[in-house]
Design a protein around this ligand. Structure first.
Ligand SMILES: CC(=O)N[C@@H](CC(=O)O)C(=O)NC[C@H](CC1(C(=O)N[C@@H](Cc2ccc(O)cc2)C(=O)O)CCCC1)C(=O)O
Ligand SMILES: [Zn+2]
Length: 619
């Protein structure tokens, strides 16, 4: 509800505008609830009926939004005196895809739901069967009975994810890497091309040049693109040093006939389907082997930990800071384990049902440390929803999307410390010495530093498509040019324009913008530094654990309660105690400094960086 603080100035139009907002706010929450509920029903049970319900409900919601938009834009809201009222109208004046004529909106939603379905139900055959199912059903050996396909039941989560982490067989990894792309991305290329056209139609109806520009609006900054480029320039040395070290370790494992000492790293060897985090190679590349492992997965399994235990551990961290606990409907309606009786979207997600009561997480939780971190990430979204629940519906968003992505990860930076893991008896012993510290920083770098170029290039690629700088005929070639330029990785098998590798990553068929994660991976260290200072931490930043600090919780809560009621620059100023209102790479560089010095020493006689004259195949 909109409290009296939005009382209008003396302008009669403004008083009427204020009344309109009150009515709108109530209706918006109701319509939002129904829309989210139908979205949830489909995501947790991918049936044709649920898809149809979702598509119908989406059209009803669009009609409501169009109606509200017509009313809102009939006011001269830019002259309104009250800044919050003006801000509410500003948000209302961007209609989004609901601006499309009904037929086009129907087509857009239909394509969106079907791409999500294809991605979420994609399966591949095990390496032992060596059968690659593609549209042309070019089975290597035609007389293989169709029963082969029945054995082809490996899904991304948890099966393929586990293989990519565990297998160290070059050819098996290459097979799985290709088979996944054939069964997911390749199948949606045509639909995605049409999806881009319709998205751009919608963007132009909202007064934007293309959908990329409409997405960037969320950052309310006309220096956003150059700010990002500046951050990347500051972070590239960290990434190059990690890349050079890991490449050397992989060469000694797989042989220098597989990886050039000055070349890109084959993308399938880094323990992750998209090479976006390299935690999977920690075991055999860590600086000081033989130290107690920092991956507590074995202990979690040994203690018979359940998904529910993991959620309770996470909630306890939030409440230890004095933040809000998960409300009863959360525990009642969340789906935290992969069901066995139906197909669902396994990609983890947090949901706000817009009624101030119902909040849920959907996660096919695996009993691993990585998934314990993901639980904190998702619960961070829920905490943000809870903190801004009293804002008007239009302000129930993150200060910017990067803020929303940073909340859970900030807490996870404390949870991951050996000290904390020991405190919750997930680690028996810790190597509390300089070598142990380097191993620890290395394990966090494999999550955070390795991610940076991927977090950046995903939307560099998509903005290029939306703007037309990248033509649809060269989508895959452009993708691999960016993957080479920023990530220094290459495809183990030849890629052509028959393929559509970006489509093999959830956020492309899921149409979720991605630059939010690059922003988050930078600002979460600004937040960590600020919260550690509030908690009275002394010593190196990477040793800080804000657990049980009510002061840290108070500062975080002050920022989260704002939602999107103020520009994110003001929220950043509050978080940093007035130090800055910008994204700043200094805290992440400070955090990893001991590791960077160590890596520079290790790399001093070796080549940094990479070259390749064909981005579409490893040299
Ligand atoms: C209804 C709805 O959609 N809700 C939104 C939240 C909201 O907008 O309110 C939502 O739940 N989005 C899902 C998405 C899931 C994950 C993800 O996609 N992560 C990125 C990048 C990354 C990787 C490592 C990491 O530590 C942090 C981020 C990837 O996996 O590539 C998967 C695991 C982690 C987060 C998410 O939670 O952001
Ligand atoms: Zn998130």
């Amino acid at each position: 509800d909109i409290s009296a603080k939005y009382v209008s100035g003396d302008n009669p139009d403004e008083a009427e505008g204020f009344e309109f907002l009150q009515t709108y706010d109530k209706r918006a929450s109701q319509e939002c609830y129904l829309s989210v509920l139908s979205n949830w029903a489909y995501a947790t049970n991918l049936t044709e009926e649920n898809k149809q319900n979702l598509l119908e409900r989406s059209l009803v919601y669009a009609e409501f939004q169009k109606e509200a938009w017509k009313n809102a834009t009939s006011f001269a809201w830019k002259q309104f005196k009250n800044p919050s009222t003006r801000r509410l109208f500003k948000f209302l004046s961007i209609l989004g895809t609901a601006a499309l004529p009904t037929e086009k909106l129907k087509e857009l939603n239909e394509i969106s739901a079907s791409m999500e379905d294809t991605y979420s139900t994609s399966k591949i055959c095990p390496y032992s069967l060596q059968v690659v199912i593609t549209d042309e059903s070019e089975n290597l050996d035609d007389d293989k009975s169709s029963s082969e396909e029945e054995n082809c039941t490996l899904s991304l989560e948890p099966d393929i994810t586990r293989i990519l982490k565990k297998s160290q067989n070059y050819d098996e990894l290459a097979y799985v890497w290709k088979a996944w792309r054939d069964s997911s991305g390749k199948k949606i290329r045509k639909r995605y091309e049409r999806f881009v056209e319709l998205s751009n139609d919608a963007a132009r109806l909202n007064g934007f040049a293309d959908m990329g520009e409409m997405w960037r609006e969320s950052y309310e900054s006309d220096t956003f693109l150059e700010d990002l480029e500046n951050l990347w320039k500051q972070l590239l040395p960290l990434y190059e040093n990690l890349h050079a070290y890991v490449r050397r370790k992989l060469i000694s494992k797989y042989g220098n006939d597989k990886i050039r000492p000055d070349g890109p790293i084959p993308a399938h060897l880094l323990g992750n389907m998209w090479a976006q985090d390299w935690a999977g190679v920690q075991e055999f590349t860590e600086p000081y082997p033989g130290k107690p492992s920092l991956d507590v997965t074995p202990q979690m399994v040994e203690q018979n930990m359940t998904a529910l235990d993991m959620f309770n551990i996470s909630e306890e961290f939030f409440s230890s800071l004095g933040l809000k606990e998960m409300p009863p409907p959360f525990w009642e309606h969340s789906v935290i384990e992969k069901p066995t009786d139906r197909e669902i979207v396994c990609h983890a997600s947090a949901w706000d049902f817009c009624n101030g009561k119902d909040y849920r997480i959907k996660q096919c939780t695996d009993i691993t440390m990585q998934d314990l971190i993901t639980v904190h990430h998702e619960m961070g979204h829920i905490e943000y929803y809870l903190q801004y629940a009293d804002q008007p519906s239009l302000f129930r968003e993150g200060a910017n999307p990067g803020f929303h992505e940073a909340v859970g990860d900030v807490l996870a930076l404390s949870v991951s410390t050996p000290k904390h893991l020991k405190a919750i008896s997930l680690l028996n012993e810790i190597a509390d010495d300089p070598e142990g510290d380097i191993n620890y920083l290395y394990s966090i770098a494999l999550d955070k530093i390795s991610f940076l170029p991927f977090g950046y290039l995903m939307d560099l690629w998509r903005w290029g498509i939306f703007s037309g700088n990248t033509s649809v005929e060269e989508m895959n070639t452009k993708w691999w040019e960016l993957r080479l330029k920023y990530q220094g990785v290459c495809p183990p098998v030849k890629r052509t324009e028959e393929d559509f590798d970006p489509g093999a990553k959830y956020h492309i068929p899921g149409n979720t913008p991605y630059i939010r994660y690059f922003v988050s991976f930078v600002i979460q260290f600004q937040f960590h530094k600020a919260l550690c200072e509030a908690a009275g931490h002394e010593g190196p930043l990477y040793k800080c654990d804000i657990y049980q600090s009510k002061e840290a919780g108070k500062l975080l809560s002050q920022v989260l309660q704002l939602g999107s009621s103020k520009p994110w620059t003001e929220a950043m100023k509050i978080m940093t105690g007035g130090k800055t209102n910008k994204m700043d790479a200094a805290p992440i560089i400070e955090y990893f400094d001991p590791l960077i010095q160590w890596l520079k020493e290790q790399n001093k006689n070796y080549t940094l960086g990479w070259t390749s004259n064909d981005p579409t195949i490893c040299p």
